[in-house]
Design a protein around this ligand. Structure first.
Ligand code: MLT
Length: 404
């Protein structure tokens, strides 16, 4: 009889956003007349921009012509996109990253779930708490997380770095030395960012202790303040200890199109083993590359017009973020984030649990958010609202919350 990967049995419930979708579907079925406003999952609502649409149309036409047709994409990504990324996202910021250190993929979620394959089975991981669930769950599946303790809400082999109001939601250095440190800044779910100095402390720690940092920078386009790093490679020495993951979903609205990339610097080595070569080998074996038409759409994001359209798109969502943040504070809520990120992280009123507040909001305001405890034990008592709704819905949701 075949056996299954028993680590899957250690996962807690279903994926957070699937649980929410099921709860909302049940509520809608029971209350078909209620108009729900969804500010739960960080999915965009605004259409793709004109430069992107034009690039898609033109690439589709190329695919319909024998002379310009493209079959399998190069598995690491087309050179036109990798060069453009290296120049615009890194070298223009003084980060020494070259095209052959960029690996194009169909999105940051897959890369952040798959990257753990490069590391030894018994590696110890450190994560922020609260945390984007993919980092933990993918390591649970791989058998690295140990057992789940229902009393603490934590896995016994995972090292947690609490992000709390007291520490400004900036993770503190771990108590025990991990092999792999996952960081996401601007942070999902708290919406808070860290300074270059704070990030440098992590890089120095990783270099000193022989740890590797997996840095998820999916929300970097939302940084509005000075002194906040857009890439971990702004920190000195990071090319020797860090992998960075980026997404086109949140800045250019590609959640339905799928495009992302991972940077694995050639200097990043374990002894004389190059992680860049390992990731290239993995891509070659398991992946056939993001579609040509989508990579052309990605390239269009970097033209002057493309950059301007992204600034406008991000500006649209940030207007929501600031309305939500200020609106909640005005109502007396304690709320964070929303300045360098499209997420607002609020304290639930009256000490309500995160899931109780989720139900309360769904039933009484017909507004969907994300319970903080779904992101980890330290998220209990918090709740996340996203700024990715339409402007009208963001304001309407606030009005409904005000009336509670
Ligand atoms: C979220 O809501 O946390 C994100 O949309 C999840 C994701 O990007 O996969």
């Amino acid at each position: 009889m075949f056996r299954v990967n028993e680590n899957y049995g250690k996962l807690q419930g279903s994926y957070l956003f699937s649980t929410i979708a099921r709860k909302v579907a049940a509520f809608t079925e029971a209350n078909p007349d209620k108009k729900i406003i969804r500010l739960g999952i960080g999915d965009v609502t605004q259409p793709l921009t004109d430069p992107v649409i034009r690039a898609l149309h033109s690439a589709v036409d190329e695919m319909g012509n024998a002379e310009t047709f493209h079959g399998y994409a190069p598995d690491l990504g087309y050179a036109f996109l990798r060069e453009t990324i290296a120049e615009n996202d890194f070298r223009s910021r003084g980060c020494n990253i070259s095209a052959d250190e960029i690996f194009v993929s169909d999105g940051a979620k897959c890369d952040s779930g798959n990257i753990q394959e490069l590391f030894a089975e018994d590696s110890r991981i450190a994560v922020c708490d609260p945390v984007y669930p993919v980092y933990v769950d993918s390591n649970v599946m791989a058998g690295r997380a140990g057992n789940y303790n229902p009393e603490t809400g934590r896995y016994d082999r995972v090292i947690y770095m609490p992000c709390t109001a007291e520490n400004g939601f900036a993770a503190e250095l771990p108590d025990e030395v991990p092999d792999i440190i996952y960081l996401c800044f601007p942070n999902n779910p708290t919406g808070c960012a860290i300074s270059l100095e704070q990030l440098q402390r992590f890089v120095d720690y990783a270099l000193k202790n022989g740890s590797v940092i997996i840095y998820d920078a999916a929300y970097e386009a939302y940084i509005s303040e000075e002194g906040i790093p857009h890439s971990i490679y702004e920190a000195e020495g990071a090319t020797k200890c860090a992998i960075e993951i980026r997404s086109f979903s949140k800045n250019a609205g590609f959640t339905g199109l799928r495009l992302g990339y991972t940077v694995v610097p050639k200097e990043l080595k374990c002894g004389d083993v190059s992680l860049n070569s390992m990731w290239a080998r993995r891509h070659g074996t398991k992946y056939n590359g993001a579609p040509y038409i989508v990579q052309k759409a990605g390239e269009a994001c970097y033209s002057p017009e493309g950059k301007q359209s992204i600034r406008e798109l991000v500006g649209y969502y940030m207007k929501n973020a600031s309305a939500i943040l200020e609106g909640l504070r005005d109502m007396g809520y304690t709320a964070y984030g929303g300045v360098n990120s499209p997420y607002v992280w609020l304290k639930t009123p009256g000490g309500m649990s995160s899931w109780d507040f989720f139900d309360y909001l769904l039933e009484n305001a017909n507004v969907v958010g994300t319970p903080g405890s779904g992101f980890g034990a330290a998220g209990e008592g918090y709740f996340r609202l996203t700024a990715f709704g339409t402007h009208e819905n963001s304001l309407a949701a606030l009005e409904r919350i005000r009336k509670l």
